[in-house]
Design a binder for this molecule. Structure first.
Ligand SMILES: NC(=O)c1ccc[n+]([C@@H]2O[C@H](COP(=O)([O-])OP(=O)(O)OC[C@H]3O[C@@H](n4cnc5c(N)ncnc54)[C@H](OP(=O)(O)O)[C@@H]3O)[C@@H](O)[C@H]2O)c1
Length: 267
């Protein structure tokens, strides 16, 4: 029987590319998104079921997870998320809470709904989209990094308790992806004291974006993580992310931090 993947944030970008890739490989796909009525592409595909899901709404998580479990699920792909950038002083409490509710608590709550089901059937897998920003930090993204570093540590720990029940836990940590992320999925905050620093950082970030991956390239890494049969936890995805992570490991934390400051802030 075909296997089934449950995907959050499947309306665009990496989530949608992953939905299309798994469907093309013969999988059943439960593609979840906030507004299923706006989806005209995935709804045309065979073996794709659309379900509504806002990962910040616990009741919605519970009811949609229940419907998915009735259909049968083998893999949960926690992917919904967005970026919050700007100096901490420039962010409102609402912005910070929304970032944590979406990127971090959304993942924990969705995962928790599926654990008893996977535990009872002694099989299942959770894959979470983190970011290269979950393994290194760029300037002016402290709150986004807090959520993505948290997901890396959370996954590393969770794997120990769930592997014991035959459940796999993996992360996919992409570098830049050419999606809506840098346009509609970025929230920002500013504070005039940091304007100059922020401006320098943005200017120096432009080169990085040129080395971004296409969504399908990262979706292929998600497919590899799901199907390679390995116990590997972490999949750093995209040439840019792999190069940065290799540099971090080679230089060590402090040398890497010095390089990052000089590269992005000129100091
Ligand atoms: N693009 C990059 O450079 C990059 C790099 C590293 C990591 N990532 C990560 O990759 C993941 C996917 O982002 P993307 O690049 O594919 O950007 P994207 O095209 O903007 O997709 C973001 C997805 O998250 C969904 N989403 C946001 N808030 C949600 C909520 N409360 N409930 C349910 N869905 C929600 C969006 O849904 P709506 O359509 O309803 O807004 C959309 O489907 C994110 O976790 C992001 O942090 C991206």
């Amino acid at each position: 029987m075909n296997k089934t993947i449950f995907i959050t944030g499947a309306s665009s970008g990496l989530g949608k590319a992953t939905a299309k890739l798994f469907q093309s490989k013969g999988w059943n796909v439960i593609a979840t998104m906030r507004n299923i009525e706006n989806e005209s592409e995935l709804s045309q595909l065979e073996n794709v079921t659309l379900l509504p899901l806002d990962v910040t709404d616990l009741e919605n998580i519970k009811s949609t997870a229940q419907k998915a479990i009735e259909l049968g699920v083998d893999v949960v792909f926690n992917n919904a998320g967005y970026g919050l950038i700007g100096p901490l002083e420039g962010l409102s409490d609402e912005q910070i809470i929304k970032q944590f509710n979406t990127n971090l608590l959304g993942v924990l709550r969705v995962t928790k709904e599926f654990i008893p089901y996977f535990r009872e059937k002694k099989a299942g897998m959770f894959v979470t989209t983190t970011s290269i920003g979950g393994l290194i930090a760029f300037p002016m993204g402290s709150t986004y990094h807090a959520t993505k570093w948290a997901l890396e540590g959370w996954s590393e720990s969770l794997a120990f308790e769930l592997n014991a029940f035959g459940i796999d836990v993996k992360t996919v940590s992409p570098g830049g992806i050419k999606t809506d992320f840098m346009s509609r999925s970025i929230d920002t905050g500013s504070n005039s004291a940091y304007d100059e620093l922020f401006g320098v950082m943005l200017q120096n970030s432009m080169n990085m974006l040129e080395n971004s991956s296409e969504p399908i390239q990262i979706a292929e890494v998600v497919y590899e993580a799901v199907t390679d049969g390995k116990k590997q936890l972490r999949y750093v995805a995209g040439a840019d992310a792999r190069a940065l992570y290799a540099q971090r490991l080679e230089q060590g934390d402090e040398k890497f931090r010095t390089w990052m400051g000089q590269e992005f802030l000129g100091r």
